[in-house]
Design a protein around this ligand. Sequence first.
Ligand SMILES: *Cc1c(COP(=O)(O)O)cnc(C)c1O
Length: 428
Amino acid sequence: MKDIIPPPPIIANQFETVRELFQKYVVPSYGRFDLAFARGAGSFLCDVSGKRYLDLGSGIAVCSLGHAHPEITEALIEQSRKMVHISNLYYHEPQGRLAEQIVRLLAPGKVFFANSGGEANEGLFKLARKFGHDEGRFEILTALNSFHGRTLAGIAATGQDKVKRGFEPMVAGFRHVPFNDLEAMRQALSPATVAILIEGVQGEGGITPASPEYLLGLRALCDEKRLLLLMDGVQCGYFRTGRFQSFQRILEGVSGADGFLPDGVSMAKSLGGGFPISAFWVRAPHADLLSPGLHATTFGGTPLACAVAMKVLEVVGRDRLADNARTVGARLKAGLENLARQFPRVLTNVRGLGLMIGFELAEKEAIPAFATGPKTAATQFVDRLHAAGVLTVPAGARVVRLLPPLNLNRAEADEGLAIIERVVRSLA
Ligand SMILES: *Cc1c(COP(=O)(O)O)cnc(C)c1O
């Protein structure tokens, strides 16, 4: 925190004041970094002491247009002057229009709106249960290292023990198999299986894309066994990989992939550009399974949330941000790969698509500066980036994620790369 300008003592204390409020009054369920932010603009955030950070995490892939985007602000003001909320007892145009857009971006089907990724996935679980109910099928297979949210069914669906521990017994009907292993999935099927749920690119699990063969194999398997193929696009979706959904990017130019479609796709994080909104899309043949009275949420798809999400979609299209995610993402990835070649003892692997990139660090014990600290290698690396003015997101013990705004420009990407390089060099 050396570049505080100017440094009056009252401002220097502001972080402690904020942290104390949290310590006294906020449930301590998050491991937070020692940073408190006050405002942002575009790809940058300012902390309460005035220090500026390049935000390559965008609030965990949420702020798709960066911070304080003027068109989002305008859309919020304009719609909130008309109506904010009316409930799902009634119709309103913004929800219908947004559903129409999502269907156009995917394929014939229908959309249900909710408020968070976990809640969108809950909708998919209920859809699958309803689909198999009359045959007594209910089981959903998911992948190891997956992440599907922190609701009770979400932690049962998530293929990581750390989210389940302490909350047993788990909601029944979920089992996990290794990711990208079609044979393991086939072996795991039981007469009760009704659906398979995967992320196109595992996010929390450390940025691991599904292979094209895996996606096509799962589709064939689901067709053969009459299972729903469900994709959690909460983190990897919404143009982050260079296409609306990651499977579209992964299957680009792959022979035999024409017409590939999952039966359901959940989305959230980037959808509202920071305003909470989530959704799931369900393919036409199954779109009417959830008939009136079977599923609901008070806040889902408010006029305000949908108007903002429509504005974000408009800006993403007009400013060609999918292409931007592809080109700026490729630049970032190439830069990191270059670093991995130069410093293989620090940076062991780079993975990802578009603006969803993860770099893997060596074992903590192999990096002298990290060996003795109690924190993971990823967290210690992220701490050093904070000191140097860059925000990123750890994934597991050894992966650092870049999930920047979709409108990150080349200069910002280069600034981020230069700072990451400095930190890598300091560890080599
Ligand atoms: C973040 C995330 C979720 C959970 O979303 P919430 O909005 O936190 O409920 C689910 N699935 C994936 C892949 C995610 O990245």
